[in-house]
Design a protein around this ligand. Structure first.
Ligand SMILES: Cc1cc2nc3c(=O)[nH]c(=O)nc-3n(C[C@H](O)[C@H](O)[C@H](O)COP(=O)(O)OP(=O)(O)OC[C@H]3O[C@@H](n4cnc5c(N)ncnc54)[C@H](O)[C@@H]3O)c2cc1C
Ligand code: SF4
Length: 527
C-alpha cells in the first residue's frame, strides 16, 4: 500500500456504465476534475468476438483468465446477466430504450416523494438524444413472429418497432459523427447482423464510449480500465466532508496485485447493482458504517422471464435484425420483446432444457424427464443444431408488478435472501402463454435455463435496486437527489438507485435519473 497519496480528484466515479458515463460527462462539463475507475477492459469494434463460442473474449470469468464483457452470476434466488468493461452494460446490451409506464413512477420506495414522471420528462428527452435513440427502420422474421403473437392475443395495435441506440446509416460506409454535430467519433451504419449482444464489430451501436464517455474524455475526464475499487472511506471527518480515500487494484493481473490509493472530494458509485451493492455492503462493515440499513434491500428483477423458442422452420432466419427490433404489451402490467443473437452464436443451447412449469421442484423434474424421453428428437435437434441463433427467438418478458429480494455479503460473492415482499419467480403464467403462442406460430419448442427448470431460479438481465431512493435512511439509501444518507458529497447513480420495477428495459431510465441527479450539482467554484 502506498503511503504518499499521489493524486487527488474532485470526483472519483466507480464504474463506467450508464450511471458512470453520464456522471463523468456532466461533472467534467461543470469544471470538476474527474476520474472513472473501471474493472473491465477497453474494447474496440474489431476486438469483439465473432460469436459467443469465443468464451475467452465473451465471458468475464477472471479466475479462468477470461476477460470478456459478459458476466453471469448465479445466486440462490436469481441468475444475473450483466456487462463488464469501459461502457459497462452498453457493450453487451440489446440497445433498446423504451420508457416505462406511469405505474413505475408511482410505486416502490420513491412513491409520492415527487411527481417523478413529470420531473424526469426533460431528462428522458436528453437521455434519448445523447444515446441516439432511433426508431428501428426494418422488421425481420423474429419481429414478424411476435407481431403474429400480438395479433393472436388481440394486441396487434400496440405492437411497435423499438427505439434503439443504433446508427442506421449506410452499412460499411464510415461517416463523420452523425449525433453530436461532428464532436463525437466517426461511425458506420448498421447492417442488421443481430450480433449487438456479442459486441458490435461494425461501429454502428451507440455504446457509451461513443457518446457520454467519449465527450467526457474530451472535457478532461480520465478513465482507467482493468482496475477494481475495493475500498472507500472518509479521509478525515467521518461524514466525508474532508473527502475520501479510494483504494483500487488491478482486476486482470495473474496473481496478487499491489493496492493503490487516491483521494477524492466526492464519490459516485456507478458499479451497477453487482458492483455498487457489494461495495456498499462491504463498506458498511468497514469504512462507511453510517450507511443506511436499507443497503442491499429492495433488489428487483423487473419481474423478468427469459424463454427461448427453437423453430423447426429452416427457411427463416431469426438472427437478422438489431438485437431487439419490436415490442408489445400483452396486458397492462407487462411487455414482451423478441431478442436475437447474431448468426453462429449458440452457447445458450448448452444451458437450456425444455420449458417446465410449476412451483414444486420434484414435479417439474418429473415433467422435464418425461419431455426429454417422449420427444427426444425435438430436444436433440436443439442440442445438435448447427446454427442455433438462426433458428431461435428469445422472448424477453418484463413486468412492473412488484417483487423484491435482499442482497447480503456472502463468503465469496453477494448472497440473495427473500425479503418481506414477494420474491421474483420463474413461473409467470402470461410468459408461458406467450411462449406457447410463439411456439405455435414458428413451429417450435420452448426451453429455459436449466437453473429455472430444475431449481425455479429466474434469470434477469435487469438487476435493479439495493441502494434505493427514500425520504429518510429508514426507507432508502439515497435521498431524492441521489445523495447517500449519512455522508457528504457521495452519490449512487446506476441501476441500484432504481426504486420500483420499470417493467421495460431500464438503461434509458438509469440515464435519465443520472442526468437529473447531476443537474442538481452546482458548477465548480474557482478556488
Ligand atoms: C445481455 C444483456 C442485454 C441487455 N439489453 C438491454 C437493453 O436492450 N436495454 C436496456 O435498457 N438494458 C439492457 N440490459 C441491461 C443494461 O445493460 C443494464 O441495466 C445497465 O447496463 C445497468 O447500468 P448501470 O449504470 O447500473 O451499470 P453497468 O452498465 O452494469 O456498469 C457498471 C460498470 O461498473 C464496473 N464495476 C463494477 N464494480 C466495480 C468496481 N468495484 N470497480 C470498478 N469498476 C466496477 C463494471 O465492470 C461495469 O462496467 C441488458 C443487459 C444484458 C446483460
Ligand atoms: S445489428 Fe450488427 S451492425 Fe447493427 S448495431 Fe447490432 S451488431 Fe452492430
Amino acid at each position: 500500500m502506498q503511503n504518499n497519496i499521489p493524486k487527488s480528484y474532485d470526483y472519483v466515479i466507480i464504474g463506467s456504465g450508464f450511471g458512470g458515463s453520464v456522471s463523468a460527462l456532466r461533472l467534467s462539463e461543470k469544471g470538476y476534475k474527474v476520474l472513472v475507475i473501471e474493472k473491465g477492459k477497453w474494447w474496440k469494434p474489431e476486438d469483439f468476438p465473432k460469436n459467443n463460442w469465443h468464451l475467452r473474449k465473451w465471458l468475464w470469468l477472471p479466475f479462468f483468465r477470461f476477460f470478456g464483457f459478459f458476466k453471469m452470476t448465479f445466486l440462490r434466488h436469481v441468475g444475473i446477466l450483466s456487462g463488464v468493461g469501459v461502457g459497462g452494460g452498453s457493450l453487451v446490451y440489446a440497445n433498446t430504450l423504451p420508457r416505462p409506464k406511469k405505474q413505475f413512477f408511482e410505486t416502490g420506495s420513491w412513491a409520492g416523494i415527487t411527481d417523478w414522471q413529470k420531473e424526469l420528462e426533460p431528462h428522458y428527452k436528453t437521455a434519448e438524444k445523447m444515446l441516439g435513440a432511433t426508431r428501428t427502420i426494418q422488421l425481420f422474421d423474429a419481429d414478424l413472429a411476435l407481431k403474429e403473437v400480438a395479433k393472436k392475443m388481440g394486441h396487434d395495435k400496440e405492437f411497435e418497432p423499438t427505439d434503439v441506440a443504433v446508427f442506421f446509416g449506410e452499412p460499411e460506409m464510415e461517416v463523420a459523427d452523425p449525433f453530436f454535430d461532428g464532436e463525437g467519433p466517426r461511425r458506420v451504419g448498421c447492417n442488421f447482423c443481430g450480433a449487438c449482444m456479442t459486441g458490435c464489430r461494425y461501429n454502428a451501436k451507440n455504446t457509451l464510449d461513443k457518446n457520454y464517455l467519449y465527450l467526457a474524455m474530451k472535457k478532461g475526464a480520465e478513465v482507467v480500465a482493468e482496475q477494481k475499487v475495493t475500498d472507500v472511506r472518509p479521509a478525515g471527518k467521518k461524514d466525508g466532508s474532508d473527502g475520501y480515500v479510494v483504494t483500487y487494484k488491478k482486476s486482470t493481473s495473474l496473481l496478487f496485485s499491489r493496492k493503490k490509493q487516491i483521494k477524492a472530494k466526492g464519490i459516485v458509485f456507478s458499479g451497477g447493482v453487482l458492483g455498487t451493492v457489494r461495495l456498499l455492503l462491504d463498506m458498511k462493515e468497514k469504512g462507511l458504517p453510517q450507511l443506511s440499513n436499507m443497503t442491499g434491500n429492495d433488489i428487483r428483477t423487473n419481474n423478468e422471464s427469459l424463454i427461448q423458442v427453437h423453430s423447426s422452420e429452416k427457411e427463416k432466419d431469426f438472427s437478422k435484425g438489431v438485437a431487439i427490433g419490436s415490442i408489445f404489451p400483452p396486458d397492462e402490467n407487462s411487455h414482451v420483446e423478441p431478442v436475437r443473437y447474431g448468426s453462429g452464436s449458440g452457447f445458450f443451447k448448452l444451458m437450456g432444457v425444455p420449458l417446465t412449469f410449476g412451483k414444486n421442484g420434484w414435479n417439474r423434474t418429473g415433467k422435464l424427464l418425461k419431455k426429454l424421453i417422449t420427444r427426444p428428437g425435438t430436444w436433440l435437434s436443439i442440442y445438435f443444431s448447427k446454427n442455433f441463433s438462426k433458428e431461435s427467438v428469445i422472448l424477453l418478458f418484463m413486468q412492473h408488478l412488484d417483487s423484491t429480494l435482499r442482497f447480503k455479503r456472502g463468503l465469496f460473492n453477494l448472497k440473495s435472501t427473500v425479503s418481506s415482499g414477494k420474491a421474483p419467480t420463474s413461473f409467470i403464467p402470461r410468459a408461458k402463454e406467450l411462449a406457447e403462442h410463439t411456439s405455435d406460430i414458428i413451429h417450435g419448442a420452448p426451453f429455459v435455463m436449466t437453473t429455472e427448470a430444475l431449481f425455479g431460479i429466474p434469470t434477469t438481465a435487469h438487476i435493479l435496486g439495493g441502494a434505493v431512493i427514500g425520504n429518510s435512511p429508514e426507507t432508502g439509501v439515497i435521498d431524492p437527489h441521489h445523495k447517500v444518507f449519512g455522508y457528504q458529497n457521495m452519490y449512487v447513480c446506476d441501476g441500484s438507485a432504481i426504486s420500483a420495477n420499470p417493467g421495460v428495459n431500464p438503461s434509458l431510465t438509469i440515464t435519465a435519473m443520472t442526468e437529473r441527479a447531476m443537474h442538481f450539482i452546482p458548477e465548480k467554484q474557482k478556488e
